[in-house]
Design a protein around this ligand. Structure first.
Ligand SMILES: Cc1cc2nc3c(=O)[nH]c(=O)nc-3n(C[C@H](O)[C@H](O)[C@H](O)COP(=O)(O)OP(=O)(O)OC[C@H]3O[C@@H](n4cnc5c(N)ncnc54)[C@H](O)[C@@H]3O)c2cc1C
Length: 415
């Protein structure tokens, strides 16, 4: 027998819990269900600090039961198939759930298999990632004795695009303080062409790059990792270029270059979850095909998507979700009441707290066009130019944002 909800949500991560909490706060009589298989919910933005040994991993984790809004019907299963013409979702356990409105937000899949050799190499020995095991990152950073420290990222979309750099700046700071920096070459290899898309932030980051004497390598597309020989293999793009060259060991093989490393931090490749890719909701690239402004599905008007899984041309972050949630909930409310669409649309807002050292941070806030759009509320914190490093922004990252996340955002309160 089918179970019916007014609103059915797929995924109880940042987006799913925020949508549910907000909808129920505004109308406690709604029937809201969340399909979510996990026992724990994580505050992933703090994993950068865990990787740098300055935040307790256990504090980033809470039981799923504790963040589920009380009135939500929690279906502890994996969503499996979508039948949008029948307003129905089935789970891997074979159950059926129907809905009036569906919100799809199961996040992004960590997909190491897209880089040859990476599945075997991940989170072992000197290969670490804040995306999968930030405590291992800290072990690698603190035990590092010098050599080539390679920081890199894949060509796929990733959540929090700044995270592969943040840990590099923290590592640079750590190694300058503990003396390891003098016999270390820090290398950042990326397929991109620039350090950051927002010019104001790029300027600050180049100062941080100089302070840490970092060798930047652009046009490096990661294709394989040889864990035994400690070599990261790249296919070279035509726009290959370098900044602040260092004499590190690089092997050339046709159009490939292999960088020999003594430690490596990477963001693994990421993709849409398989059950989304193969569903009628996905676009060609596998992401949920929604309108960039209303977040409504381009084919099925009673389906919305937000968060990492949505096909939105902006950075995939929790901060973006904070601005996406009110658009989704208001549009659903209006559809329920047969009212015209919400006049406000999502402008692509996203934000990346660029930790640039212990006690230092710049805050990138931007829209679809990469315009720098700092929150005017920062002035209340006496931060007048958030494109520059500031200790108050570090306080925001380490203490204020986690507090706001657990106590306000998870409860459907605007922050
Ligand atoms: C190292 C790191 C640093 C970051 N730093 C920042 C930062 O500084 N600032 C920032 O704003 N963001 C940051 N982020 C990004 C941020 O954490 C994500 O963008 C955000 O959590 C995405 O929310 P989501 O709800 O889309 O997905 P998630 O929060 O990942 O939740 C997805 C949920 O869906 C569930 N799910 C999966 N499959 C199924 C299924 N088949 N059926 C039902 N449920 C399913 C999962 O169990 C999970 O609970 C960072 C992320 C990482 C990894």
């Amino acid at each position: 027998m089918a179970n019916k909800s007014d609103v059915l949500i797929i995924g109880g991560g940042t987006a799913g819990i925020m949508v549910a909490a907000r909808m129920l706060k505004e109308d406690p009589n709604l029937s809201v269900s969340i399909i979510e298989p996990a026992d724990s919910h994580y505050y992933q933005p703090a994993w950068t600090l865990v990787g740098a040994g300055t935040y307790n991993y256990e504090k980033t984790k809470r039981s799923m039961a504790s963040v589920m809004p009380k009135k939500v019907n929690w279906i502890k299963e994996y969503a499996d198939k979508f039948y949008p013409d029948e307003n129905k979702v089935t789970t891997s356990g074979g159950k059926e759930y129907t809905y009036d409105y569906l919100v799809v937000c199961p996040g992004i899949k960590i997909d190491p298999a897209l880089v040859e050799g990476l599945s075997e190499a991940m989170d072992k020995g000197v290969v670490c990632s804040n995306y999968t095991d930030p405590m291992h990152t800290w072990e690698v950073l603190k035990n590092f004795k010098g050599g080539t420290a390679l920081f890199t990222q894949p060509t796929t979309p990733i959540k929090c695009g700044g995270a592969p750099q943040k840990i590099m700046y923290l590592a640079g700071d750590l190694w300058r303080k503990n003396g390891v920096a003098k016999n270390t070459n820090i290398v950042f290899a990326t397929a991109g062409t620039i350090i950051f898309g927002v010019p104001e932030i790029a300027k600050t980051l180049m100062q941080v790059v100089d302070r840490n004497d970092i060798n930047l390598r652009f046009g490096y597309k990661l294709v394989a990792v040889d864990a035994r020989e400690q070599i990261a293999w790249y296919e070279m793009a035509p726009h290959e270029k370098e900044y602040n060259h260092k004499d590190i060991e690089v092997i050339t093989d046709g159009n490939r270059k292999g960088i020999k490393f003594d430690m490596m931090h990477l963001a693994p490749p990421q993709s849409a979850p398989d059950f989304i890719k193969t569903s009628p909701l996905a676009n060609e690239a596998g992401w949920v095909d929604v309108d960039h402004g209303t977040l409504q599905h381009n084919k099925y008007p009673n389906i919305f998507s937000l968060g990492d899984v949505a096909a939105l041309p902006t950075a995939k972050t929790g901060a973006a979700i904070r601005k996406q949630v009110p658009i989704v909930t208001e549009n659903i409310k209006r559809l329920m009441a047969n009212k015209p669409k919400y006049e406000k649309t999502y402008n692509g807002y996203s934000s990346c707290p660029l930790v640039t050292g212990y006690g230092k941070m710049a805050l990138a806030e931007f829209d679809y066009d990469n315009n720098f759009t700092p929150d005017p509320k920062l002035r209340q914190m006496l931060v007048f130019d958030s494109s520059k490093e500031h200790w108050r922004l570090w306080i925001l990252k380490k203490y204020m944002l986690p507090y706001l996340y657990w106590n306000k955002m998870m409860k459907g309160v605007d922050v």
